[in-house]
Design a protein around this ligand. Sequence first.
Ligand code: LLP
Length: 443
Amino acid sequence: MTDGETPLPLPFGYRDSALYVEDVPVSELAARYGTPLYVTSEARLRENARKLFGAFRPQWPRFSLLYAVKANSNPAIVRILASEGCGADCSNPAEIRIAVDAGVPSDRILYTGAYPRTEELAAAIDAGVRVNLDDPELLPRLLACGRPPALSFRVNPGETEAGPEGLRFAGPDAKFGAPLEPVVDGLRAAAAAGIRRLGLHTMPGSNILDPAHFGRLGRFLATAARRIRAAGIELEFLDFGGGLGVPYRPSESPLDVTEVARQIATALRSAYPDGTAAPTLFAEPGRYLVADSTILVTRVTHTKAHPIPFVGVDAGMHTLLRPALYGAYHPVYAVERRETEPHPIQHVGGPVCENTDVLARDRRLPRLRRDDLIALGIAGAYGFSMSSQYNNRPRAAEVLVRGAEGFPIRERERFEDLVARTRLPPHLTGTLLPPPVGPSGGR
Ligand code: LLP
């Protein structure tokens, strides 16, 4: 079945008519752990990391991957990627803690806070991780907390076509980064403050499928590195950010990461022709490493006749926000294929009281019935991590599949989790008194 054509990444696939993750039938996982359920393939995670190392290391031997923990911060996932040699890009102290607890060495952790509180800067200093400042003006506040072992600044490369609307982080209106000249001043000030290991960081956009974008970014970084060297500063690391895209739609093709690596390395070699002072190159992908490792399994709760019928499911914008927030497309797969039946066009809607709570529109799916299971694909990046308890729905469970085994890696929340930290002030406890009589009192 399927709504068509976005191919299922291995090791997801059908055996006879049943959808499997590695060697486990998805229906078994749903029966055991309930729905909505995020299901992650360990093999796919490892494969994604190996693919990136394999693309970049031959081009730029001093290459490190820092996994952007915000994409999916489940400790099991961070630990699998750490075991493949990934470091971590962390956006706040909680993510630093998750990375440290997962065994990521502090020298492979880069903290990039946007508009950080001073406590957050202090926590990064205490953790002994590399710090990347969004604005050189933050330097005095950081230095008041201490000195990081290595420091970089986020440069805004200016106007960019990078990424779909909502996923562009550069240009004059972007809230991120600083122009190059203030960054050069910041690097000088950091060197004067005794910080020896300096770097340059950028992150202009997300979900980019065109290798030429990364070539342009490489050329920008090469020009910036030359300018910085002319100011008397040698960089220890260059970080081109994340942004490596994955195909969600049937019309999209996978990004050629070997070509990305080649274009970036070619551009950077122009700034470091003899290779001796060449910095370490960091990439900090989130999406590329985790997106296609995971499906979101959800059960049909109701079907409604409509000019285009609605299939109601138990996952919604509280489980997977991307369609409501960005109009993002996630492929839909039947967990039990019924090829011989007609495949009408249908919408898939969630249980939240918002009209934007539609996970998939206009999809050609078999006529679904109550209690059928479907899976939304490419759900591992910014899926669980952007989920919420909106409409008072406990967050979903997560399961990791390794071969023929499934391991729960996050329990489903319960009602108690929804109210766990709420309190009634004393005057609202005890027996509820009737409202007073009067003009404003009701009755
Ligand atoms: N580094 C920094 C500093 C970032 O802010 C991000 C993502 C990344 C790395 C990883 O980017 P990636 O490789 O995943 O493109 N919620 C959106 C994506 C927002 C990305 C935010 N920053 C989505 O669901 O598509």
